[in-house]
Design a binder for this molecule. Structure first.
Ligand code: DC
Length: 218
């Protein structure tokens, strides 16, 4: 397969996007770009530098010397592996707020387009099929019930040694869904030509197989 193509996977938090995207990328031997990790990296750097969400000028300056990349499944910020540090509830909440800032979206979307134009990728996020790659060959909108998404996130956090009340995780998810789908620029929305898949009662394998069937690249 010589042609460069993009597989866009969008959907709300906890729908299983990154797990599925990783699998697909590995099955198809192409790269996986986790765009949520990029917003998280910006949030993480702001926290570390003591910059708050309303200090737009400082964020702008910070972004000028910010390098985000992926290597062997790790998220790299300015040369440092930060994959584990960006998966906390605090960074999740700040990443959601940060992702509504035009200056941040502009920089990250540009970077995402560069990453996905050079070689074939599976890219997951909220606005990949609607905005980053509106002409992507394949578009999936992955959803699941709020309860199931909260259960998955809770399990993930528990495995990382974080024991948080599941009702708190659910409340956080509802809040993030609201933020992500009501923000002014490029909100979470199904692209008209995306195929919607509800993963509530499906296993990882089942979802991966369904997508491979849809894109017919077995
Ligand atoms: O997918 P995630 O939970 O790691 O994403 C973190 C936040 O970044 C999420 O609240 C929404 C935002 N985001 C976005 O606005 N656009 C994207 N393409 C990816 C993530």
């Amino acid at each position: 397969m010589g042609k460069v193509f993009q597989i866009a996977i969008d959907g709300p938090s906890g729908a299983g996007k990154s797990t599925i995207a990783k699998r697909l990328a590995s099955e198809l031997s192409i790269d996986y770009i986790d765009t949520g990790a990029m917003y998280r990296a910006v949030a993480y750097k702001m926290t570390r530098e003591g910059i708050s969400i309303d200090e737009v000028d400082k964020i702008k300056t910070m972004l000028e010397s910010t390098h985000i990349d992926f290597s062997q499944g790790e998220t790299i910020l300015d040369g440092e592996i930060i994959s584990d540090k960006i998966r906390t509830p605090e960074i999740s909440e700040l990443a959601s707020a940060v992702s509504a800032l035009p200056i941040v979206r502009e920089k990250l979307v540009k970077l995402q387009r560069e990453m996905g134009q050079r070689k074939s990728v599976v890219m997951d996020g909220r606005d990949i099929g609607t905005n980053v790659f509106p002409d992507a060959e394949y578009k999936i909108f992955l959803t699941a019930s709020v309860k199931e998404r909260a259960r998955r996130r809770w399990k993930q956090l528990k495995e990382m040694g974080k024991d948080i009340d599941i009702s708190q995780v659910e409340a956080d998810i509802i809040k993030r869904d609201h933020n992500d789908s009501t923000r002014k620029i490029n909100p979470l929305k199904k692209a008209e030509d995306a195929v919607e898949l509800d993963s509530t009662t499906l296993s990882i394998e089942e979802v991966t197989d369904k997508i491979l069937d849809i894109i017919n690249l077995h």
